[in-house]
Ligand binder design. Structure first.
Ligand code: AMP
Ligand code: MG
Length: 415
């Protein structure tokens, strides 16, 4: 068995980020910027009002209350040549360009409109309620640095600067297939000794959830030539292949043999010191260098192996700097017993946040590598180190599988 750290290193060290493509902003969410994006001009592009009110000369309001003559009205988006002279004001709306002559805005709540004039009730300082040109972004500012994971705010900032597209790292297109003579498609009737394929639906979903493009390539029988043909056939249209089943030491475990035949240099077949997900095969396809991941067939092992190897690999290829899910130290609400076996155990756990925002975990159910129901219930994988286990009230490091979907800590939010 090889330690998880070494196994991951062996895989990740062979991968590099994919090339860059220019995409419309609408397609750029959750991709990684492949260029520095600089502001072509200032934002806002001109001084404008931060309030609905009156644009005026602040010196005119020193002895407020004061009556000013209203010489015009300015809406947002409206161009105007009006100039504010001494003793004058312009009715102005939020976002409208500040007219020449004015240096401040009095909010409408501090005024009384009279016939042709306005009573300004309080003195207004120079610059009050005025948003200056370039106050958010100056021309030439770095809006988004290369390597930034693009979120909604970045897309808004880029659009605000006038750009319609951005250069990003290509996201891997990932082919997913299952192998096994016992497998039938979901929805099909089960003949004796057959089972429904669970891995493709969950692995396709994991690829999609990672932000990558998944294609479902179906089920392939435990037949060396068919597996070789399926892998080779998928290669030209994809950036990675994820295949489950057939990487263990059974008589019909042909994926390992197939990978040996078609991979470049030494295909790595690993017995990783983890439970579940011990067997794993990884190789680069001869010729194209396309990475192929051979995951174990047991449904929980396949999903855990995806988390440990495939997801970080796909993220590396998509240019992400953060490869893993967030990890936290959590309090155990139950005992986590185990026996020494030289492996790191990845326990499927339910995660809850307590009233202080602390993270707590308990096993989500049966921990067999075929017991997918407990994986389905799990919010995280607790890292239970080799040894005799930990007792309730102790702490464990936990990989959060979908941190964004955890229920908020009770009573912590003010609403
Ligand atoms: P294997 O890795 O091919 O030796 O398979 C290990 C176990 O996982 C066996 O019990 C298989 O029937 C089961 N298995 C393999 N592939 C799948 C799949 N796609 N869906 C559900 N179970 C599977
Ligand atoms: Mg099999």
């Amino acid at each position: 068995m090889i330690p998880l750290r070494e196994a991951r290193q062996a895989v990740l060290s062979q991968l590099t980020p994919l090339g860059a493509v220019r995409v419309p902003l609408a397609s750029a969410l959750a991709t990684v910027a492949a260029e520095d994006v600089l502001a072509p001009g200032p934002v806002p592009p001109f001084a404008n009002s931060a309030m609905d009110g009156y644009a005026l000369r602040s010196v005119d309001t020193v002895a407020a209350p004061v009556d000013l003559r209203v010489v015009g009205t300015l809406a947002a988006g409206q161009e105007s040549a009006v100039v504010v002279g001494p003793g004058e004001a312009v009715r102005i709306m939020t976002g409208a360009a500040l007219p020449n002559g004015a240096d401040a805005v009095c909010m409408v709540e501090r005024t009384q409109a009279l016939d042709g004039t306005v009573l300004v009730e309080v003195p207004v300082c120079a610059g009050e309620h005025v948003r200056l040109a370039g106050e958010d972004v100056r021309a030439g500012d770095l809006l988004v640095a290369e390597g930034t994971l693009l979120g909604p705010g970045h897309l808004g900032v880029i659009a605000n600067s006038g750009a319609t597209s951005v250069l990003v790292r290509r996201r891997p297109r990932v082919a997913v297939l299952s192998t096994g003579d016992e497998l039938v498609n979901e929805g099909e009737r089960l003949a004796p000794a057959k089972i429904h394929d669970a891995n493709r639906p969950s692995l396709v979903a994991l690829v999609t959830q990672s932000g990558m493009a998944a294609s479902d390539l179906g089920i392939v029988a435990d037949d060396l030539d068919r597996i070789v043909a399926a892998l080779a056939g998928a290669a030209p249209h994809h950036d990675a292949i994820v295949v489950s089943g057939g990487v263990s030491v059974g008589d019909f475990d042909m994926v390992r043999v197939a990978l040996d035949r078609i991979s470049e240099g030494a295909m790595q077949w690993m017995q990783v010191a983890v439970k579940p997900a011990k067997p794993m095969a990884f190789g680069l396809l001869r010729g194209s260098g396309l990475p192929i991941f051979g995951l174990p067939g047991n449904p929980v092992s396949a999903m855990v192996s995806f988390e440990l190897f495939v997801r970080p690999s796909l993220r590396l290829m998509a240019g992400h700097r953060v490869l893993d899910r967030p990890s936290v130290r959590a309090w155990t609400d139950e005992d986590f017993p185990r026996r020494p076996d030289g492996k790191l155990h990845l326990v499927r756990v339910c995660v809850r946040l307590d009233a202080d925002g602390r993270v707590h975990v308990r096993p989500s159910g049966g921990q067999g590598s075929h017991q997918l129901s407990a994986m389905a219930r799990a919010d995280g994988l607790a890292l239970l180190p080799d040894g005799e286990g930990v007792a309730r009230g102790d702490r464990l490091v936990v990989l959060l599988l979908d941190a964004g979907e955890l229920a908020p800590a009770p009573g912590l939010l003010p609403w």
